[in-house]
Design a protein around this ligand. Sequence first.
Ligand code: CP
Length: 311
Amino acid sequence: MFPKDLLSLENIPLEVMEDILDRAAYYKHHDVEGAFFSTLKGKNIAVSFWEPSTRTRSSFELAVQKLGGNTIRYSPEMASEYKGETIEDTIRTLISIGINAFIFRHSSPGLVGRIARMVDIPFISGGEGCYQHPTQALLDLFTLRERGLNLHGLRVVMVGDILHSRVARSHFYALSAFGAGLTLVAPPVFLPPELVPPGVDSSHRLEDTLPRGDVVYLLRIQGERQEKGLIPSLREYAALFGLNEVRLLLLKENALIMHPGPVNIGVEISYDAIKMLHKEQPGRILIQDQVKNGLYVRMAVLDLLVAGKVN
Ligand code: CP
């Protein structure tokens, strides 16, 4: 049974996630010489981002185009909300025009789910507040699986602003569904004990946890979601929790480094560490692979939810 919407990974069965990863592999394998597909032929997909995005928005738009569908962009500054229409009425208006599915990013947790329940066409989250970013977690899993890694038993050490991270919250479900272990590392203000799910390790000491990771997953410090400065300064955060050349020596020999982007170079990872990795061990830093694979995972999600096509 395919889900109607993809807003969270909480209730998505393992076999559906595996199906998405398999479909993504199909599209990546067949994406040669600018190949296009007809999976979404005749479908109109609204792409509505109420928060900034580079990776998610552009890869979703390209995914729709590669699958032969039409994208209809609408954003707050273009929409009739500015003339007093409610967001619910705007959605109904767009459905009347012929929209077949929505891709939605919004800062308010719960809003996308409330609207999705109102209508019977698919809603796909492009990131919702601090709540969930399901396609990011799926593309991360795809990227690791593509490396030939068995996710079962893999240990991911996730470092950074866990408190505000929708990526972390999606991974709480995604990594555990595939049997991977997760260790969260952050200063206490970014890692309140009530946030740590059962079965997940946590620590405030980076040096103790880095040697355990098969993957070190860095999270952005989200200044825009902090009502007041929770940390004294980015410089102090970088000194205590940033990945630098010295800390790279603590990692397992082949440990991989991931980040959902955008990266604050000099905060989550130092410029010298990035330079050294690119020069000496480029295969260990997966950030551009994650971005690239976002296209195929989003094609797969659209395929499953909107077209319902079985390859
Ligand atoms: N990772 C991510 O969601 O990036 P964007 O904000 O650029 O979409």
